[in-house]
Design a protein around this ligand. Structure first.
Ligand SMILES: Cc1cc2nc3c(=O)[nH]c(=O)nc-3n(C[C@H](O)[C@H](O)[C@H](O)COP(=O)(O)O)c2cc1C
Length: 166
């Protein structure tokens, strides 16, 4: 492919997205409780922010149908997906209210905890920052879980993982 350089503007959003997709990320599922039951959203904008106090962030699209639910959530859990949880990540990208395909249980603050993730950060809302067509949501981490295993990777629109060394 030939090299491209451009100033991002509304006419070249696709190229901007493609350029951003060169940066590989993990994949997370954020969950919270609603009066109607648990809600989830698949997110790759997760980032570590601060060690002391322990803060993490993610970005929520203002145009999402789930905007109100996650913008207002005071308590939520961020699950880092393991390599074999790609289907779950895709299901929650499509439908954030259908939890029939996964095991989960609520914690003391009602946060829906998904089984078998690689890591989990149970957060309380710390700050929100408007940022264009997204809101940056910063959470204070109250409890952490992690385990050994391989993580799910997302890069250039594709899911993958690390090859097992023989
Ligand atoms: C790999 C992946 C990463 C995503 N990352 C984000 C994200 O960081 N922020 C976000 O608001 N939506 C993200 N989405 C989109 C949501 O998961 C979901 O598909 C979208 O909110 C669906 O639209 P709706 O909320 O209007 O139903 C991502 C989707 C995928 C598949």
């Amino acid at each position: 492919m030939t090299e491209k350089t451009f100033r991002p503007d509304p006419d070249n959003t696709l190229a901007f997205r493609e350029a951003l997709g060169c940066f590989g990320t993990g994949v997370t599922v954020v969950t919270t409780a609603t009066p109607e039951g648990p809600a989830a959203i698949t997110v790759n904008s997760f980032a570590s922010v601060s060690l002391n106090p322990p803060l993490v962030s993610w970005c929520l699209a203002t145009e999402s149908n789930r905007f109100d639910t996650f913008h207002d959530a005071q308590h939520y859990s961020i699950h880092v997906m393991a390599q074999d949880q790609q289907d779950l990540a895709l299901q929650f990208a499509r439908d954030g209210l259908d939890f029939s395909h996964t095991e989960w249980k609520p914690d003391a603050k009602g946060r829906p905890l998904l089984a078998e993730c690689l890591a989990r950060f149970d957060c309380s809302l710390f700050a929100r920052h408007e940022a264009g067509d997204h809101v940056i949501i910063v959470g204070k981490v109250e409890n952490v879980l992690y385990r050994s295993g391989q993580g799910l990777i997302f890069k250039r629109g594709q899911f993958g993982g690390f090859a097992d060394l023989l």
